[in-house]
Design a protein around this ligand. Structure first.
Ligand code: ADE
Length: 316
């Protein structure tokens, strides 16, 4: 049983083996906030028999959440519990369901979301006029100096996300909001897809809903998802193409100057984004295959894993 913010008791179906004693969890800073939920850093004592505290990410509701939002979090947890482990997704660790609010414990990714990570590591422009500007390399969150990213790193990022999505697709999970903001960067630059267990309600024609950084999620959506709300693994493939574009622009904003009304027509007319300067023709061709108007003409994630693996093995 967990308690709703209203004080009501609520039964949560969970296997005993996943229960984590809430007294052994210390909460830290807020990592992220959504409309109904938040994610906080947590220190778990005694996890996996370890004596040192393990850093985890703790998903929970906000104080004003409703029963429906609790249902969503429970459903997300159930997907996390049942799909099993893969290195390129944020994995489930356990949950505190007893004697208090529901806490869902998942893996912590120290470098945060991929979009901010890429933006922080944009190659510096070289200005040859005037004096030499001191070149400071961006610092990673742990204050280590980041080694400049190479083309091969970017292809490796593309490969890892394709692997994670191939796994999710094999488990019949449709992400519905695949974007660099929903990919987290863990130790050794291992990428982990997150927020895939959400049943999203982009439905209410809320095309103008913005992310916390002011960008429009519709710019990641396949035409059939946008026009007919038809979400599938094939619409995730389209979003993957936009994510590739984000990778090769170091966290750029898709169609920056295009208002939504024009985006609809643009896509119908077959307009697509230009190749990013840091991309190769090969990687741009992958993007274009993901952006085929008809879902059936797009590749599968397994196709993409193969293609990108090929490009990766040739990259210097
Ligand atoms: N922000 C949201 N989820 C996170 C996680 N699992 N690790 C780090 N930061 C996060």
């Amino acid at each position: 049983y967990t308690r709703l913010p209203s004080g009501e008791e609520y039964a949560i179906p969970i296997d005993r083996k996943w229960e984590f004693h809430r007294g052994n969890l210390e909460l830290g800073e807020t990592l992220g906030e959504g409309a109904f939920g938040q994610v906080r850093k947590g220190y778990a004592i005694g996890l996996w028999g370890r004596l040192d505290p393990i850093i985890v990410a703790v998903k929970m509701l906000k104080n004003d959440a409703t029963e429906k939002e609790l249902n969503d979090l429970v459903q997300e947890m159930q997907i996390l519990m049942t799909i099993g482990h893969h290195i390129n997704i944020i994995n489930f660790i356990g949950a505190c369901t007893e004697n208090g609010p529901l806490y869902v414990l998942v893996e912590f990714a120290p470098y945060g979301n991929m979009r901010d990570f890429l933006k922080a590591q944009r190659p510096q422009q070289h200005f040859s006029s005037g004096y030499e500007m001191p070149l400071h390399r961006p610092l990673l969150p742990d204050n280590r100096e980041a080694k400049p990213l190479t083309y091969k790193d970017l292809v490796s990022f593309s490969y890892q996300v394709a692997r994670g999505m191939e796994y999710l697709a094999s488990k019949k999970v449709i992400h519905r909001d695949l974007a660099a903001r929903n990919v987290l960067v863990a130790e050794d630059y291992v990428l982990k897809i997150c927020d895939f267990g959400l049943t999203r309600n982009v439905a209410q024609n809320d095309y103008y809903r913005k992310t916390t950084d002011g960008r429009l999620p519709v710019k990641w959506m396949a035409p059939e998802a946008l026009f007919d709300r038809k979400y599938s693994t094939k619409s995730d493939i389209w979003s993957f193409g936009v994510l590739l574009w984000e990778i090769f622009t170091f966290g750029g904003t898709p169609y920056p100057s295009v208002p939504i009304e024009n985006l609809f027509q643009l896509l119908r007319d077959g307009h697509r984004m230009e190749p990013p300067p840091c991309s190769t023709i090969e990687m741009y061709q992958v993007m274009l295959r993901c952006w085929k108007y008809l879902p059936a003409d797009r590749p599968t994630f397994s196709d993409l894993v193969q293609t990108v693996d090929n490009i990766l093995s040739k990259a210097m």
